[in-house]
Design a binder for this molecule. Structure first.
Ligand code: SAH
Length: 567
């Protein structure tokens, strides 16, 4: 966990602090702030903005060295990213504000003008004429993306890279080659140029116990020079566990990953040395730790030897992730924090227009947004899988729960048809949402207090014969029944027929709840009975809940007893 919340000792502030996800709470003092500053954590200060500025002013160095800093006022109403806005602080502020029901105060101009912030792509370091470039793109000026080595590109830029129509003014180069970068940036014309350096190289280091930080730094400089690689492309240093705190490793000023000899020994390396095994328990440290940590299957630079240090470099494997997110019934306070995080972390967000509108305030201009009209479910699922295969972080959104009469099943069916080699490296998570049945039930009281089932009345994909059989079985077994897709303009007889089937085995006094647009501005809730129901008001966005033989109405609310009182 690297998110630290500092408060002055005060119970009310603690209450705010405790609602901030993935964070550790600290009472503010200058020492612990300075310590966490150095380790580049995300720092959240709950205090007045002026006080926060005075406190952090002496610690501020440069953009990429400082941590992200966010200030929250003591009422928990405003969440203000003040440092590292494009390095993730804006997104964190959006996340925290959403969860505190507060306002994120975003002040970066690209976000305000909804234009692309070229320095906001995670995993890239932006150098060159960044500020001028952002101003120029916010004025609508176009740019060209040059990616000669075919590095992974955020989908937003990939879509630009394919655009080679004539009128682009400015240029973005994706590169980790030192000389190429210098040449690109030092051209003598009026084009605005930015280099995005993929920060994805893992440096494996082996060091003898008497090696110094100078030993490793000198060797690294030499090797980067020989291979023409810019140091800003290094993301991580990997080594053996007993060197995890050694000066030759810590002195490199990179995040550290360390592994046990047995973990390293499982990795096949090009230049393993049996002699080394007798000292450290594995044949390779530099190469094996670089390969293990990067998940790459080959090295970019094989072992290079200095007198006391060896180094090797691998490029981290880009692994995509697909989060299939449930947005709940429609109001933002019923979206889970996990889904909010997945949306903020996504490189590409895919969904039906209406759902994208619901979450628009959480999205940002460096994400690719693929919205499509209703009915294009297969296209959305296929797009999600193809972005996943390209190594992207994808959020596919659905209403309610994504696995209930929704897209998650379609994605998994399509995945099942992919060739095996395309399946292994990708991962999918289904993030639950509050499904319509639960939203409707909550507004009706507690109609699902005992056994119940969901039945969709849509016969577009399921033959009516089967739906009919399930209604009969549910009625016969005395289940509470939640009807999804009860009625649309074209499908207007199914609900009446379903109720007729139920009436054969339940009394006319059986309570029925009708919930239209649950947790949306036009919400309507009606509690009625099997005898009295008027199905004309039921629409596509309505859920109908039919009680069981024990369901009754209390002061306008439905309840189906669990049996506690009779125990
Ligand atoms: N995945 C969704 C269900 C999709 S099926 C979920 O888990 O909620 C679509 C049906 O869900 C609609 O026909 C309607 O019956 C129900 N539904 C979805 N949102 C609703 C809402 N806000 N209020 C009432 N019913 C809703």
């Amino acid at each position: 966990m690297s998110r630290f919340v500092f408060t002055l000792k005060d119970a009310d502030l603690d209450l705010i602090a405790r609602r901030i996800p993935n964070s550790r709470l600290l009472t503010f003092n200058h020492e612990s702030l300075a310590e966490n500053w150095e380790s580049k954590n995300e720092l959240i200060l709950i205090m007045a903005l002026g006080a926060a500025i005075r406190i952090i002013a002496p610690l501020i160095t440069t953009k990429y060295k400082d941590p992200k800093v966010i200030v929250i006022d003591s009422n928990g109403e405003n969440v203000i990213p003040i440092l590292g806005a494009h390095l993730g602080a804006n997104q964190s502020a959006q996340e925290i504000a959403q969860l505190l029901a507060a306002r994120p105060i975003i002040t970066t101009s690209s976000d305000l003008s909804q234009s692309l912030a070229i320095d906001a792509f995670r995993g890239f370091r932006a150098i060159g004429q960044v500020a001028g470039f952002i101003t120029s793109t916010s004025r609508g000026e176009r740019f060209k993306v040059l990616n000669p080595a075919n590095h992974w590109l955020p989908p937003m830029l990939r879509s630009k890279a394919m655009d080679d129509s004539g009128s682009q003014l400015n240029e973005v180069l994706i590169s980790n080659k030192k000389s190429q970068i210098e040449q690109f940036l030092h051209q003598d014309d009026s084009t605005l140029r930015v280099v995005l350096i993929p920060k994805n190289l893992v440096l494996g280091v082996g060091a003898s116990s008497d090696a110094s930080s100078d030993d490793s730094r000198l060797l690294l400089d030499e090797v980067l020079g020989i291979f023409d690689i810019t140091p800003e492309a290094l993301a991580l240093v990997a080594t053996i566990d007993k060197r995890g705190n050694h000066p030759a490793i810590c002195g490199l000023d990179l995040p550290i990953a360390s592994f046990s000899p047995s973990e390293l020994d499982k990795i096949t390396t090009p230049n393993g040395n049996e002699l080394v095994r007798s000292f450290v328990g594995t044949t390779s440290v530099a190469e094996a730790s670089a390969l293990l940590s990067s998940k790459a299957n080959q090295l970019l630079i094989e072992k290079q030897k200095g007198p006391k240090v060896t180094i090797a470099i691998a490029e981290a494997l880009r692994e995509g992730h697909l989060s299939i997110c449930g947005l709940g019934p429609g109001s933002m306070d019923l979206v889970t924090p996990k889904t909010i995080r997945a949306l903020l972390d996504a490189d590409v967000v895919i969904g039906f227009d209406g759902y994208i509108n619901q979450i628009e305030h959480l999205l940002n201009p460096s994400q690719l947004i693929l919205s499509s009209p209703i009915g294009q479910e297969t296209k959305r699922a296929q797009e999600s899988l193809s972005h996943l295969r390209m190594g992207d972080n994808v959020a596919l959104v659905a209403s309610g729960d994504p696995g209930i009469y929704a897209l998650a099943t379609l994605v998994l069916e399509l995945k099942n048809e992919l060739p095996l080699e395309d399946r292994q490296s990708s991962s999918i998570s289904v993030l639950p949402g509050v499904t319509a049945g639960l939203s409707a039930a909550s507004l009706l009281g507690a109609p699902l207090g005992h056994d119940h089932c969901y039945i969709s009345l849509s016969d577009l994909m399921t033959p009516w014969k089967i739906i009919r059989k399930r209604i009969e079985a549910a009625a016969e077994a005395d289940f509470g029944i939640v009807f999804y897709n009860p009625r649309s303009k074209e499908r207007n007889w199914q609900l009446n027929e379903a109720l007729t089937i139920i009436a054969a085995s339940r009394p006319g006094t059986t309570p029925i709840g009708i919930v239209k647009d649950a947790y949306r501005p036009n919400q309507e809730v009606i509690v009625t009975t099997l005898d009295e129901i008027n199905t004309d008001i039921v629409t596509m966005t309505t859920t109908v809940v039919v009680g069981s033989s024990t369901t009754f109405i209390v002061d306008g609310l439905m309840t189906t007893p669990r049996g506690y009182l009779s125990k």
